[in-house]
Design a protein around this ligand. Structure first.
Ligand SMILES: Cc1cc2nc3c(=O)[nH]c(=O)nc-3n(C[C@H](O)[C@H](O)[C@H](O)COP(=O)(O)OP(=O)(O)OC[C@H]3O[C@@H](n4cnc5c(N)ncnc54)[C@H](O)[C@@H]3O)c2cc1C
Length: 447
């Protein structure tokens, strides 16, 4: 059977190696970092993240969902914190059993790598950094502690994240390769709310907490040890921004003004703010995701999205399922399998990229408004009244495996019907009121 060289053993790389290993392929997985089980390195990405139906399905298909989710914390809705410290809970779905799950990135990464390593035909090599790939030969050039290394596979798969070296090689070697990257004006910084003195959670445990502040926001996800990991999404530049918040007093003033209820829970705020890096948020679109039967991209390497729908990893896991299905269907024609995988995923990755940016505006700005809350309630009423017919967008994206593009189209259609209906109803009510007023006036003038 053909050999696959995988570059990157992040979340998707580990899972894909397990899928390929199960299918009997020879797999060599090369990761630039050290083994995450030997050193606590997660570096540059969130400490915890939300996994939902699509991601869980991919784990289930490999039989590792229970193992992966054993320490995950269900989050049943959004807990909105306003500036006065008041909180409102908005469930994610009309069905209280539907929840997203906060899961530790490092633990999940370890689970998928170990799942891959259970197959004797999968080998994982840490401290191997890919510098470039020769596409025609399916040869990857790697840097190791002891020097340069060249490895050849039947195919090389780039699962090396948003700043993929494999994708860069495709950009350089494929004429007409389409590439677009766009950065948000916002960066992010992770901060900590430690556990309460008795090891309990100092805020509601089963919720994703949001402090929406129009142009920026902070969120917090629970961890199993009683702590929360907060992420501040804030403008890089501007009058009030990361750039202008330099001193401890600046940080104290900003947090005191904007997140007064969180500050007493954040004893290490000043150190965290100073020491933790400020990350950037990028959307990457490219095409094609494959080159002949030699090279393929998967996960963030193919389609990095901003994190506001909590779907980047879920989508990357869904990629693994689809690529596995395509390799099964076209087991004798790998180029066809890659082409089919690309055509099934590309439109959906593009749709997710747009949805994720849209959800940033929803989370930071609209979640605080009464109209938004009314719209969510209406969504839930319609979902309960029309089961299987009306599905809110969030439900389709998070709690089903309806392809993202189809979910987006269906939500637009539903909105047109619902809002069109509401407008028609309003016009009818106004017309009835006018008619009654006119009628009353006529009766009075007749007297
Ligand atoms: C702040 C934040 C919060 C997020 N929250 C969520 C969430 O709640 N839910 C969700 O579904 N998604 C979330 N995401 C998105 C999620 O992190 C990514 O979509 C997911 O990590 C993609 O997995 P990946 O394996 O494709 O890439 P990565 O996880 O980035 O893994 C890439 C791997 O490749 C390795 N690598 C890179 N370059 C090389 C090289 N040259 N040679 C060898 N190895 C290399 C890296 O070291 C890494 O191990 C979030 C992202 C951010 C930034």
């Amino acid at each position: 059977m053909a050999k696959f060289v995988l570059i990157g053993s992040g979340l998707a790389g580990g899972l894909l190696a397990a899928y390929l290993g199960r299918r009997g392929y020879d797999v060599d997985l090369y990761e630039r970092r050290a083994d995450p089980r030997e050193a606590n390195i997660v570096g540059g990405r969130s400490i915890n993240l939300a996994i939902s139906t699509r991601g869980i399905h991919a784990l289930e298909k490999l039989g590792i969902a229970d193992e992966a989710l054993q320490h995950a914390i269900p989050m049943r809705g959004r807990m909105i914190h306003d500036k006065s410290g008041d909180m409102h809970f908005a469930p994610y779905d009309v069905d209280p059993k539907k929840c997203i799950n906060s899961i530790g990135r490092a633990g999940l990464n370890t689970t998928v790598i170990e799942a891959a390593q259970r197959y004797p035909n999968v080998r994982v090599h840490f401290n191997h950094k890919c510098t470039d790939v020769d596409l025609d030969e399916a040869v990857a050039h790697l840097e190791t502690e002891s020097g340069q290394l060249t490895v050849r596979g039947g195919a090389v798969i780039g699962v090396d994240g948003a700043f993929s070296a494999v994708r860069q090689s495709m950009q350089m070697q494929i004429s007409g390769f389409e590439y677009d990257e766009s950065y948000l004006a916002h960066g992010y910084k992770e901060l900590t709310i430690p556990p309460g003195p008795d090891g309990s959670w100092p805020m509601e445990k089963n919720a994703l907490h949001i402090w929406p502040r129009k142009s920026f926001m902070m969120i917090a996800l629970p961890n199993p040890d009683g702590s929360f990991t907060c992420t501040l999404f804030w403008e890089f530049e501007g009058a009030r921004s990361f750039a202008t918040t330099k001193t401890n007093d600046d940080v104290r003033r900003f947090f005191g003004e904007e997140f007064p209820d969180a500050v007493p829970l954040m004893p290490t705020l000043l150190e965290d703010f100073r020491q933790n890096p400020t990350g950037s948020l990028v959307t990457i679109r490219c095409a094609p995701w494959y080159y002949r039967n030699k090279v393929c991209l998967l996960g963030d390497a193919a389609h990095a999205v901003v994190p506001f729908y909590g779907q980047g990893m879920n989508a990357a896991f869904e990629d693994c399922v689809v690529l596995d299905e395509c390799l099964e269907t076209f087991s004798n024609d790998r180029e066809r399998a890659f082409a089919e995988y690309f055509s099934r995923r590309k439109e959906n990755a593009d749709a997710l990229a747009d949805l994720a940016i849209g959800n940033f505006i929803e989370m930071r700005d609209k979640t605080a408004s009464k109209t938004f809350r009314a719209k969510k309630k209406l969504d839930h009423v319609l979902e309960a009244a029309l089961p299987g017919i009306y599905l809110p967008l969030y439900t389709m994206v998070t709690f089903t495996r309806i392809p993202y593009a189809q979910a987006a189209r269906r939500a637009r259609f539903q909105d047109r019907i619902v809002y069109g209906g509401l407008v028609a109803l309003s016009i009818l009510l106004i017309a009835m009121l006018l008619f009654r007023s006119l009628h009353a006036l006529t009766v009075m003038s007749d007297r």
